[in-house]
Write a protein that binds this ligand. Structure first.
Ligand code: ADP
Length: 187
């Protein structure tokens, strides 16, 4: 099964990506985690990504697209999960091209929706625990507005392909995961 996770910052994509990957035994890639790891190690890629990351801006398409392409082409199993990619139409089109080139396709796009007030509350709370550099109020607001402008169009993009599943992310982790499992059962 090949799955994409969509949703605003703070929707719980990372948590559910972990749950799905463990429960269905499929590999996952999180572009945000990869950037954090590069930034922590201060690699050349990390130095470039950091400029965008700390402001909550999208890292230029070429970088995440290249990372995801390399990862997908290296997968030997039939299933995978993308967390944090694609984040705009251009990335989604690149992904389609990559998948076309290996005769592959996406089975499900899970959209986790959470209301904005709760998103901000969760991210500010995470800031006190994980100390992520991009979890301060200004950056959070920028990330949410970029999500609305850049990532929201992907909802129609995938809805038209009839692979979009809407998940209510306002509930508990367990209940959201149950919902996800129910959706994936029919895939
Ligand atoms: P969140 O969904 O909570 O914003 P992520 O960990 O997915 O967190 O992403 C954190 C940051 O990493 C983004 O704000 C952006 O700077 C960068 N990033 C992650 N994925 C991408 C991507 N596909 N394209 C561009 N930038 C990305």
């Amino acid at each position: 099964m090949k799955i994409i996770l969509l949703g605003p910052p703070g929707a719980g994509k990372g948590t559910q990506a972990e749950n799905i990957s463990n429960n269905f035994n499929i590999k996952k890639i999180s572009t945000g985690d990869l950037f954090r790891s590069h930034i922590k190690k201060n690699t050349e890629l990390g130095k470039i990504a950091k400029e965008y990351y700390v402001k909550g801006d999208l890292v230029p398409d070429k970088i995440p697209t290249g990372m995801v392409k390399e990862w997908i082409l290296n997968q030997t199993d039939n299933g995978w999960l993308l967390d944090g990619f694609p984040r705009n139409i251009k990335q989604a089109e690149s992904l389609n091209m990559i998948l076309d080139s290996i005769n592959s396709n996406i089975d499900a796009v899970l959209l986790i929706n959470v209301n904005t007030e709760l998103l901000i509350k969760r991210l500010l709370n995470r800031q006190t625990i994980e100390k992520r550099e991009d979890d301060n109020l200004n950056t959070i607001k920028n990330r949410i507005s970029i999500y609305e402008k850049e990532t929201n169009p992907l909802i129609d993009f995938y809805n038209e392909k009839k692979i979009l599943c809407k998940i209510d992310g306002n509930n508990s982790i367990e209940s959201v995961f149950n919902d996800i499992k129910n959706h994936l059962k029919n895939k």
